[in-house]
Design a protein around this ligand. Structure first.
Ligand code: NAD
Ligand SMILES: O=C(O)C(=O)C[C@@H](O)[C@H](O)[C@H](O)COP(=O)(O)O
Ligand code: ZN
Length: 348
């Protein structure tokens, strides 16, 4: 259940009163500790003892070592099955905290309080939890719903501009796969500041929630939420191993450019529509330099994508602005062309 918090966080306080948790663990990273935790603690009314668990910020922390440390701390602090984890942060915190909670003692309860645009509109919703493995994205994880998701848009006031942009990429994705009007509303925005984007957050959350409700375990339509992620995740993984890591949303923006062009090459959308989509994504996102990456390394990552079956790469591609098909297998030639297309575009 997603709730927009009032300024006293009264819905959260009511939830805490109604449930009898033995102990509360608030998971933060160094930035959400500084910028978001004071607001949460200033409003939280509970007699239950709580502990703060802090990890360093960044995707590099979303791994088994961090999960292990958190499991150990929970054990040392004698967290029992009636303990609650509150994930206060961006997608790294909600993915990681959800994973730790859903596996510790075979599962304890957790709630998500997203503090980035990306986690409000996407990562905190839908119950995909997980960690990266050897730079492969989200390779180990669970499907586990949080007890509650509490959204407080004012957390965005301290979010750096490039993180706002990163979240905006997933919002654009929601419009492209499911709601043309949402896409058209978003591309009217000239400046990506939280105040301008805020009115569109509920619609983006709703699109994500609806798709998840239709197919929680990603057997079919949920795969559309992965549009832009097949090539996007491959490049994100390569960048994570380089000296120039990129943000998840930046990778998704790149992936959506390649996969929109691929949708056209595969005869699913018109040249005009793919051109329009790419032109608009380009308005907001800088190009990522791919010159250092070998095509064979990109393909090797594509071959490990979670949507694949029978050693075939399954793409989620656009069949129009606002509609998406899944399990679409493309020719190797067209996949290569879509990557070359991006490289060429970035030369101009
Ligand atoms: N589970 C899902 O469905 C899902 C969906 C999309 C993305 N993801 C995952 O989410 C992750 C990306 O999430 P993200 O973009 O939120 O990254 P993030 O969690 O790393 O947060 C981005 C940065 O912003 C900082 N920050 C967070 N809130 C802040 C605030 N209010 N003020 C100031 N700084 C703040 C963080 O410390 C961090 O440095 C990736 O690992 C991605 O794979 C998961
Ligand atoms: O919720 C989903 O389903 C998504 O695919 C949302 C994506 O934006 C998100 O990045 C997700 O973590 C990707 O999942 P993965 O299974 O491709 O790792
Ligand atoms: Zn994503």
């Amino acid at each position: 259940m997603i709730t927009i918090l009032d300024e006293n966080f009264s819905q959260l306080n009511q939830f805490m009163t109604e449930k009898s948790f033995s102990k509360v663990f608030i998971l933060v990273d160094e930035n959400t500790h500084e910028y978001c935790l004071p607001l949460l603690l200033g409003n939280l009314e509970t007699d239950i003892a709580f502990e703060i668990l802090e990890i360093e910020a960044g995707e590099e922390m979303k791994n088994i070592q961090t999960a292990n440390q958190l499991w150990e701390i929970l054990t040392e602090m004698q967290a029992d099955r009636k303990a609650l984890i509150i994930n206060l942060g961006g997608g790294v915190i909600t993915d990681m905290g959800g994973f730790v909670a859903s596996t510790y003692k075979r599962g304890i309860q957790f709630i998500n309080i997203p503090t980035t645009l990306l986690s409000m509109c996407d990562a905190s919703i839908g119950g995909k939890t997980g960690i990266d493995l050897m730079h492969y994205k989200n390779m180990v994880g669970t499907f586990s719903f949080p007890e509650q998701i509490y959204v407080y848009p004012r957390f965005l006031d301290t979010l750096p501009a490039k993180e706002v942009k990163s979240g905006f990429a997933e919002m654009l994705k929601h419009g492209l796969i499911a709601d043309k009007k949402h896409w058209e509303d978003l591309i009217q925005l000239q400046h990506l500041d939280p105040v301008g984007i805020e009115p569109f957050i509920p619609q983006s959350m709703e699109i994500k929630q609806e798709v998840v409700n239709a197919d929680f375990h990603e057997k079919n339509v949920r795969k559309t939420l992965n549009f832009g992620h097949t090539i996007g995740h491959a490049i994100e993984s390569l960048c994570l191993q380089s000296e120039n890591p990129i943000l998840h949303g930046e990778a998704v923006a790149l992936g959506m450019i390649c996969e929109s062009h691929l949708s056209y090459l595969e005869g699913l959308i018109s040249k005009e529509d793919s051109g329009l989509i790419i032109e608009n994504i380009q308005k907001y996102f800088c190009f990522v330099d791919l010159t250092d990456f070998k095509d064979k390394d990109i393909f090797s990552l594509l071959l490990n994508d979670k949507k694949n079956s029978d050693a075939k790469i399954n793409f989620s591609l656009l069949s129009g602005i606002g509609s998406c098909v899944f399990d679409h297998q493309c020719s190797t030639e067209n996949i290569q062309k879509s990557i070359d297309f991006y490289k060429k575009l970035s030369e101009f």
